[in-house]
Design a protein around this ligand. Sequence first.
Ligand code: BG6
Ligand code: MG
Length: 216
Amino acid sequence: MQYKGIVFDLDGVICHTDKYHYMAWKQIADEIGVYFDEAINDRLRGVSRMESLEIILEKYKGELTAEEKQKLSEKKNNIYRNLLCQMSPKDVSEEVAETLNELKRRNIRIAIGSSSKNACFILRKIGLLEIFDATSDGNNISRSKPDPEVFLKAAEYLKLNAGECLVVEDARSGIDAAAAGGFPCAGLGDAAAYEKTNYPLHRFSEVLSVIENRNR
Ligand code: BG6
Ligand code: MG
């Protein structure tokens, strides 16, 4: 089957917001006196905001009510969104911008498949809101990665079947989600070394050769 579309994860693939997630969660962790470091932050990739908080609270000694957890996650989000305000089109590499343009020239449909509820906010900041044919994000799903829902919705918005859409991910939870939904998947960074990844990528622009080789 030819690949007619690509669903891109946002954070860690199209742009990099990891450091902002880290800074915001670190402020919350310090406030409640729980240990938090970059290794724990890595485990939050692809995971929803509330699930991220639960991971951070693994090291927390006390008990928090659902309401307190809700307040903490809202506080984290406010800090995070303030940090995101400094993002601009400069946060998109030339390679990413050129590759997306080339995919459009080749009539490959492109979508975002992100667990983030801030996906559109980020896309607007980095000037990429218009280029994608569809956006599936934390606002239109009830289960986050490794559940395939976010990618299945993206494929539906593109009017394509899972087998026709390549998923591009940097997190293992995202590769698990793609595999669970029946999507072929390409992995960058950590995900390149994961055994479930069909196409390990060294560079973002290599998606062009994946498509070329498949569709020739
Ligand atoms: C994902 C990030 O894109 O979005 C996760 O990789 C994050 O680390 C998740 O927890 C949810 O983000 P948001 O913006 O809805 O808090
Ligand atoms: Mg990611």
